[in-house]
Design a binder for this molecule. Structure first.
Ligand SMILES: NC(=O)c1ccc[n+]([C@@H]2O[C@H](COP(=O)([O-])OP(=O)(O)OC[C@H]3O[C@@H](n4cnc5c(N)ncnc54)[C@H](OP(=O)(O)O)[C@@H]3O)[C@@H](O)[C@H]2O)c1
Length: 255
């Protein structure tokens, strides 16, 4: 059985714990600064020494330090926490220099990773046809700490990479018009919504919307548990989204 340490025991941490048996994974350590059910308050030699892999669903503020500690102790880490990718270059250098292993993803759910592939395909096609504008949106629960969502950013970047007429992504334009060459991507925070993402293509003739609606947090947790099984014998920095098909295939073949 793979021995996993959970870093961050909030909504996602609890979901991972609940589903771990189903994936033949044993949770041997729970690390969280404030949750009373956690075994440890921080990552240190003691709290992660018996873990094969760590899974981090904590906060953008703490995650960089968590990754560095895991790498220092030679333990592969799965990072689901979003809002830290501005530091990706620095972290990649650190992981490679220290021969560590990190897998990260703005979204670990199966449906969203297929959404990424569909949006990539459709924006590549619409780009070839004059007259189609494009925009996107995301809605999440009120407690979410980053805005826009990591998944929203990934979606917007996929569209931007494919659309010749769009030059930059605008998340919060303020009180002004959106220019033709700007890709508008909006965020809303509302109630308890686990995650809703949508990309819409619009012309004078018709409109196509592609939408993913998470029904809960289980889907994210399942993907992260699969990522833990995949990373434990690997090295380097792996983007879950770009390697999605290969990861799913390898983990499913093992089971
Ligand atoms: N990639 C995906 O598929 C995916 C899916 C869902 C969520 N997420 C992301 O995952 C993260 C966590 O989401 P959540 O809904 O579980 O949030 P949450 O309920 O707020 O849980 C986060 C927990 O981590 C704790 N924490 C803070 N700093 C820590 C540190 N340095 N080490 C260990 N634990 C620490 C927090 O304690 P305090 O409350 O005291 O700060 C809190 O208990 C967010 O960034 C979210 O956007 C990603």
């Amino acid at each position: 059985m793979l021995k996993v340490g959970l870093v961050g025991y909030g909504k996602m941490g609890h979901m991972l714990k609940n589903l771990s048996n189903e994936f033949n994974i044993e949770i041997v350590s729970i690390i969280d600064p404030t949750n009373e059910e956690a075994n440890y308050k921080e990552i240190n030699e003691n709290s992660i020494s018996n873990c094969d892999v760590l899974i981090d669903f904590s906060t953008p503020n703490g995650v960089i330090n968590n990754i560095k500690r895991a790498v220092k102790q030679n333990i592969p880490i799965v990072v689901g926490t979003t809002g830290w990718l501005d530091s990706l270059n620095e972290i990649t250098e650190y992981v490679e220099l220290n021969n560590g292993a990190l897998i990260y993803g703005s979204n670990f759910s199966i449906g969203v990773n297929i959404l990424f592939q569909i949006v990539n395909f459709s924006s590549e096609l619409f780009n070839k046809i004059p007259g189609y504008d494009v925009a996107g949106s995301e809605i999440h629960h009120r407690m979410k700490k980053d805005i826009p969502s990591g998944t929203g950013k990934t979606l917007a970047e996929i569209v931007l990479n494919n659309y010749d007429t769009k030059e930059e992504i605008v998340y919060q334009p303020g009180n002004r018009e959106i220019k033709k060459e700007e890709l508008h991507f909006t965020s809303l925070r509302l109630g308890e919504i686990p995650g809703l993402h949508e990309v819409t293509f619009d012309s004078k003739d018709d409109q196509l919307s592609i939408k993913h609606n998470a029904k809960g947090r289980e889907g994210f947790a399942k993907g992260a548990l699969m990522a833990a099984k995949y990373i434990y014998d690997k090295k380097g920095v792996i983007d879950f989204v770009s390697n999605f098909s290969e990861i799913i295939e390898e983990v499913n073949n093992e089971n």
